[in-house]
Design a protein around this ligand. Sequence first.
Ligand SMILES: *[C@@H]1O[C@H](CO)[C@@H](O)[C@H](O)[C@H]1NC(C)=O
Ligand SMILES: *[C@@H]1O[C@H](CO)[C@@H](O)[C@H](O)[C@H]1NC(C)=O
Length: 408
Amino acid sequence: MARIMLYVSCLFAVALAKTLDLDGDVAKLSESNVQFSIDLYKKLIADPSTENIMFSPVSVAAAMAMTHLGAKGDTANQIDEVFRFNKLEGKFHSAFGELHGLLLDKTAENVTIKSSNRVFANDQLKVLEDYKNALTVYGAQVDSLDFAKNPEKSVESINNWISEKTDGKIPSMLAKDSVDGNTALVIANALYFRGNWHSKFSEQQTEQRAFYVSHYTVVKTPFMFQRGKFRYGYVEELTLQIVELPYAGKEYSMYVLLPENFDLKKVEANLNPENLTRWISEIGYRTVDITLPKFKLEESLNLHEVLPKLGVTDVFDQSKADLSGLAKKPNLNVDQILHKAVLEVNEEGSVAAAATTVRIVARSLDIRPEFVANHPFLWAIRHEGTGLVLFMGRLQRPEGPLMNHDEF
Ligand SMILES: *[C@@H]1O[C@H](CO)[C@@H](O)[C@H](O)[C@H]1NC(C)=O
Ligand SMILES: *[C@@H]1O[C@H](CO)[C@@H](O)[C@H](O)[C@H]1NC(C)=O
């Protein structure tokens, strides 16, 4: 059952594209997002120990898109392919920016949605101006932090920012020891959603009932009830019931996909963007008696373990990663991508939050100061044990003809 809740976020994009008259690029971005959502979902269920699942495809995509902005060659191509950014060719980033401005930053009386992006940089790293400028599409600024001398304080700053942007729902994203002098950048997205139901459940009708984890095992949990007109559909082959629960304003909805015969595996096997879109487009208004558990989910994912299975590999590989669009140092690679998501569903509505952080490290102490002796300098050779100076001098002018700088 809990698995079903994935569709909250997965269908988010479908619902958005449907209710708003979006231009072609944003609609394509939405399609890419649904495809990626399903791909990631299927990778996660491939691990038989997985029970509940929850993630925010939009949050993961935002953090990876900001990483992609600084990636080149195959490092960028692999992200393009897995996240289907290539569907939009060169217009991906501007479409994402448009989506961000249009849909992911709204505060209305009954629905709030906010997606926030930021890049935290080691203050010893020279982040390229081009990258900083490109980030403005995502509304992201770059904050410099002293990762080397104040690692714990730096983590605190990042965590405080995420906590603030998720209204306290994700209070401690990164572990205390997450950064050090070799950490170059932490790219972060935080997503927050709060929506009241268009039609609320009455607390008087909530009661303890059995949730069937399987045919034979149950969990006693509070269930909400209401009778009302909802968009409802039924997919015969899968004995699959689908109901849409709109939030106030009807711009956002939660879809619940419930196989009557407990065979969620069969639904998952038939899950692809075309089927999903068809199943949802075929639902229509009916009077429905809805019984839904009140529930909370809190899930964490190590995406650095999952994304390579989908085909994102070079960005993690010390010898292959090309993140040269981020900073001058060529030897940067991603070594950790964390994702956390929480959801609470009750009679009033839902509150959901997610955060994604992409940690980029510099290989072999790369963030040492640059020392380019391309102008006059003093030098000395001394014996270390005694301090005895064997030679000393100054290089004012190396051998070779003098020429004008412009001729060079
Ligand atoms: C919207 O919010 C107002 C004020 O908080 C509340 O009185 C009203 O019932 C809400 N409407 C819906 C549909 O949730
Ligand atoms: C889902 O899609 C596959 C591939 O297009 C198709 O063979 C299958 O019949 C579809 N299933 C349902 C239930 O629509």
